[in-house]
Write a protein that binds this ligand. Structure first.
Ligand code: RAM
Length: 490
């Protein structure tokens, strides 16, 4: 399916590969004022978060170097990482992501270019070995910082100082994830994920307005759909464009919303019509997950079958139904199909009937009738919760201590959107100031993948050492603050 289109879709995607803006940046502090001896350590501070390639210019002082200089170099997105170690790491994702290098420099003076592209503010250099006959001079440290974003495009935000500070960090987050495509995080996974793209595209539409980059990403997903037309949750572009073999119920469906938002924001109807059949195919494929009699989605025990949030105990059944409804609604708005409208109505009704707990005024999920914040948020965003029940279910989650909490800024984005939807604009603004503002208070230059104010070690991977601290899906305060969403009359 769509096989005959894919070569052309890939050609379009590749023709939109962006030219990167390059800038040479240097540390604002930490450059040593003396020659280093063995076992000394320094920390270079570049003043804010950058993504780029790092070079050291080194020379020797004393006798002619009679042994290599051996350095350990660690790149850290925030100060906390400076003291983290990989000793005893037992997490389930690769520790290969951690940005640590070792270099042996046989001949001095030398210009040493480090092999990877790094995401960092701080660079820690440990002198592991020299010899007693010479000392090491760091003549220069610099990085070639890269981004596809044009910093001149976003208008400055005016108004409240805390909002301005949050917006600045949100912009930096998005900008540093804008590379050859919209990466989820420039430290990890450096990949194009659909759930992240959707929120990046939204924020991009009111900030950098790099619509060609969004278009490129939509076509990358289109070109890598499988033989059934199913869109992968994420894809790689190196060494060649290829879908990951990870499929998530919600991420495939979000192709529809991402396409519809892109067409609305950019006015590019041609892309809308070109990709609409593939977008609608995601709805058709989702049918296999439904019980057609009950109009209810079947639950699945497969870990990660539907993402929603990184709260591991979260039951996804209710949210999956709600996300299907929200995406079907977006499809209906692109192409009014009465049969789809009726299906949406039936599925909203079925969800209310099976999962609403009228005594507690909230929605439950799964065989265990689990209560979570995520279910209430998606009940609102999908229109399953109607009228006064919508705000009431959000309040009910707050009043229910056993409700599974939200752990990612990604999920918090949906919560803020739900608050706006029920007219709680002041509360939505407050959540942004407290939650994202909480990261700013802790010195964030870019927003993090995970943030649980009650647990600084929150990580679904087994250790925060592999967490990403510049993560695409956290950039949406700039969208809330700039789109007018938070205005009382919007
Ligand atoms: C993680 C990444 C990515 C996200 C997926 C579901 O691997 O943080 O951003 O979209 O999970």
């Amino acid at each position: 399916m769509f096989e005959e289109k894919k070569a052309e879709w890939l050609r379009i995607a590749e023709s939109l590969k962006p030219a990167l803006h390059r800038e040479t940046v240097r540390p604002v502090s930490g450059m040593p004022d003396h020659a280093l001896t063995e076992n000394e350590s320094i920390v270079l501070d570049f003043g804010t978060h950058f993504v780029g390639h790092f070079t050291l210019k080194l020379s020797a002082q004393g006798s002619h170097p009679d042994a290599p200089a051996w350095l350990a170099v660690k790149f850290c997105e925030n100060a906390r990482e400076l003291n983290e170690t990989l000793d005893g790491y037992t997490g389930w994702i690769s520790k290969g992501w951690v940005q640590q290098e070792q270099a042996h420099i046989d001949v001095l003076p030398a210009a040493v270019s480090f092999p990877r592209r790094y995401a960092f503010r701080f660079v820690k250099i440990d002198v592991l070995a020299l010899s007693s006959k010479y000392r090491l001079v760091i003549e220069e440290a610099s990085a070639q910082a890269v981004t596809a974003a044009d910093d001149r495009v976003p208008a400055p935000l005016t108004g409240d100082q805390r909002d301005i500070a949050i917006d600045r960090v949100a912009l930096r987050t998005l900008r540093n994830c804008m590379q050859d495509f919209f990466e989820d995080g420039p430290k990890r996974d450096r990949r194009l994920w659909l759930g992240d793209l959707r929120l990046q595209a939204l924020t991009n539409s009111v900030t950098y307005r790099h619509f060609d980059l969004v278009k490129r990403c939509l076509y990358l997903f289109a070109a890598t759909a499988d033989r059934d037309g199913r869109i992968a949750a994420c894809l790689f572009t190196e060494p060649a464009v290829e879908a990951d073999d990870t499929y998530m119920f919600d991420y495939s469906l979000f192709f529809i919303q991402t396409l519809s938002q892109y067409v609305q924001a950019s006015g590019d109807r041609a892309t809308g019509s070109d990709l609409l059949p593939l977008a609608l195919r995601q709805l058709a494929l989702a049918e296999a997950q439904f019980d057609p009699e009950a109009q209810l989605i079947r639950d699945s025990g497969r870990l990660g079958w539907c993402f929603v949030d990184w709260a591991l105990p979260l039951n996804k059944q209710f949210c999956a139904q709600a996300i299907w409804i929200a995406c079907a609604q977006a499809a209906y708005e692109m192409q009014a199909d009465p049969a789809l409208k009726e299906k949406i109505r039936l599925r909203r009704e079925a969800a209310r009937k099976h999962w609403y707990d009228p005594a507690r005024r909230l929605f439950v999920s799964g065989a265990q009738r689990q209560v979570s914040w995520a279910s209430q948020v998606w009940a609102v965003l999908s229109g399953i919760a109607e009228g006064a029940d919508a705000a009431a279910c959000l309040d009910a989650a707050a009043a229910c201590p056993e409700a599974i909490p939200m752990v990612t800024p990604y999920m918090m984005h949906h919560y803020v959107e739900a608050l706006c939807r029920v007219g709680r604009k002041a509360q939505a603004r407050q959540v942004i100031r407290t939650y994202w503002g909480g990261m700013v208070d802790q010195g964030a230059d870019t927003f993090w993948e995970l943030y649980n104010p009650d647990n600084p070690d929150e990580s679904p991977y087994g250790s925060p050492v592999v967490n990403s601290f510049c993560h695409a899906w956290s950039c949406t305060p700039a969208w809330f603050l700039r789109s007018g969403m938070l205005e009382e009359n919007a």
